[in-house]
Write a protein that binds this ligand. Structure first.
Ligand code: 6LW
Length: 522
């Protein structure tokens, strides 16, 4: 018995895509405006995952400058064929539909390096790629229907990819517009070949509460595709808002080494009302086949609290996903992300923290502020940042940020003002700033700022030895994507800004710690 606690990947790991090569499973997820982008995770048992790198990890590999929050890198697909790993993905600018598009990258080692992106001549989002028995590559994706029968009607298209030139060639085929008439966003399509038939697995209903997984099949990759009479094959849309996991969809199927089948899906765990601060997370469901059709979560029909993976490593502690170590987040930890481009941070000589150049940009702009952060992966978590602020010029500030987007975030920053340090908590909500609280401290070279997150209560604190003083408490239920729109959960990080003035200052992030407060069993 090897029961694996859900979610498989806590925090913002949406749109999971998975493939197996021999004994190894590889998984990628969306990262939007955060870089490095598209984490690559590895597992030997589907249960325990270790991040080995990122697909988009070189400066300049993709230009995300100016791309607003919840734009950026959407819904990658990872596949392996003939010694090569393939990732197809979309770079989205929600304010400029003419920018970005679908691209393909390849690597011989999924840990990288990945090739520079090659843009595909195809509109829409959520590209996927499948290889047939002859080695021909078939790219498919989702796009809005040109003359829709209903608003936000989308269609799944397919074209062959020339593997040498990486160009789409031959005729285009429209495969599918969803199982349900009137359903929005038939999306996240993945084609797979099994027992001489082609299966199209696609999400529909939109990525929020009505999300679902549907399936169609055909004798030829180009169709015609016949929808399954048992659709949808997985959804939580009928469970209501009180369900422990909502918005389940966007499945990718994989055959395990023992011949069993599995699907990774996204879903969200609301708390404190219909609020999903942890974003869309990755879950695992078993798959069986009946009469030539897949049954997701047979006998249960839903994502469960935990899942039995017979071949999972029993020595690994259940309930402790390996992507979430507790304690200091050191430079080199793959959880660190910046916004849109690297920020020029350098590990401190002791390797315990960062030297972070201050930037003129603030977190309110869709550019690259001096920000380094990690996903909020737990409902209850303590964060502590020890900040060396001696290098800040008067009026510059450095501190912590609870981030949803440019328009919605909370900062707790320290500003040297001569003989004192002003600590201020500000909530930027829908683009409007409100000071939540202030505290003055004597001038100092270093300061420890912290977050005490308990459900929707985000206490912003100053730590002085054992003494912990709350400067303000922010309401987390104003920050999640249900409240603000968008596709991401919250990030917790450090930020340093001169608020628009030219600067060459450097802040020392001497330590950044992330301590989940949930009691982990095992
Ligand atoms: C993604 C789409 C979706 O491209 O959300 O869940 C979008 N569905 O498939 C962003 O993650």
């Amino acid at each position: 018995m090897s029961r694996v606690a859900h979610p498989l990947l806590p925090g913002t790991y949406p749109d999971p895509s998975i493939c197996r090569v021999g004994a190894d499973y590889w998984l990628v997820t969306s990262t939007f405006e955060y870089v490095p982008g598209l984490p690559v995770l590895h597992s030997r048992d589907l249960a325990h995952w270790t991040q080995v790198g990122h697909v988009v990890e070189r400066a300049g590999m993709l230009d995300l400058e100016g791309i607003g929050s919840s734009g950026g890198l959407y819904a990658p697909t990872i596949r392996h064929h003939d010694g090569l790993f393939w990732v197809v993905c979309t770079l989205v600018d929600r304010d400029d539909p003419g920018r970005g598009g679908n691209f393909v990258v390849t690597a011989t080692d999924p840990a990288g390096p990945w090739s520079d992106p090659v843009w595909l001549d195809a509109a829409g989002i959520d590209p996927s790629i499948a290889f047939d028995a002859d080695g021909r590559a078939w790219v498919h994706g989702t796009r809005l229907v040109a003359e829709p029968e209903w608003p936000q009607q989308t269609e799944v298209w397919l074209r062959e990819l020339d593997r040498e030139t990486l160009r789409l060639v031959g005729p285009e085929h429209v495969l599918w517009t969803g199982a349900v008439r009137g359903a929005v966003w038939a999306e996240g399509p993945h084609l797979l070949e099994k027992d001489g038939r082609w299966y199209l697995v696609a999400a529909e209903g939109g990525t929020e509460l009505h999300h679902a997984v549907a399936v169609a099949r055909a004798d030829h990759v180009t169709g015609p595709y016949e929808g399954y009479a048992g659709n949808p094959v997985l959804t939580h849309r009928h469970l209501g808002r009180g369900a422990g996991v909502v918005g389940v969809g966007h499945a990718d199927l994989v055959e395990a080494a023992d011949g069993s089948w599995w699907a990774v899906v996204l879903g969200s765990r609301p708390y404190g009302g219909l609020h999903t601060n942890l974003g869309r997370e990755t879950f695992l469901v078993p798959v069986s086949w009946e009469d030539g059709w897949p049954v997701l979560a047979p006998g249960v029909g839903r994502v469960t609290d935990d899942v039995e993976v017979p071949f999972a490593d029993p020595a690994a502690r259940a309930g402790v996903p390996q992507v979430v170590p507790s304690g200091p987040v050191l430079p080199g930890d793959p959880r660190w992300t910046a916004l849109r481009a690297p920020v020029g941070s350098v590990a401190t000589p002791d390797g315990g923290g960062w030297r972070l150049p201050v930037r003129a940009a603030t977190p309110a702009e869709p550019t690259t502020p001096a920000f380094l952060g990690v996903r909020q992966q737990h409902r209850d978590v303590d964060v502590r940042a020890v900040l060396g602020i001696a290098g800040l010029a008067d009026g510059e500030r450095a501190g912590l940020v609870v981030r949803q987007s440019e328009a919605d975030h909370v900062t707790l920053t320290a500003t040297p003002t001569g003989d004192a340090v002003l600590v201020r908590a500000v909530h930027r909500r829908g683009g409007v700033e409100t000071v939540l609280g202030e505290a003055a401290r004597p001038a100092a070279d270093a300061l420890t700022l912290g977050l005490r997150v308990r459900g929707q209560r985000y206490a912003l604190v100053v730590e002085e030895g054992e003494r912990v003083t709350a400067v303000a408490v922010a309401d987390g239920s104003t920050l999640d994507s249900m409240a603000t729109g968008g596709f991401v959960g919250l990030w917790l990080g450090v930020v340093a800004t001169s608020d628009g003035r030219p600067t060459s200052s450097v802040v020392e992030v001497r330590a950044f710690e992330y301590h989940p407060r949930e009691v982990l069993e095992g």
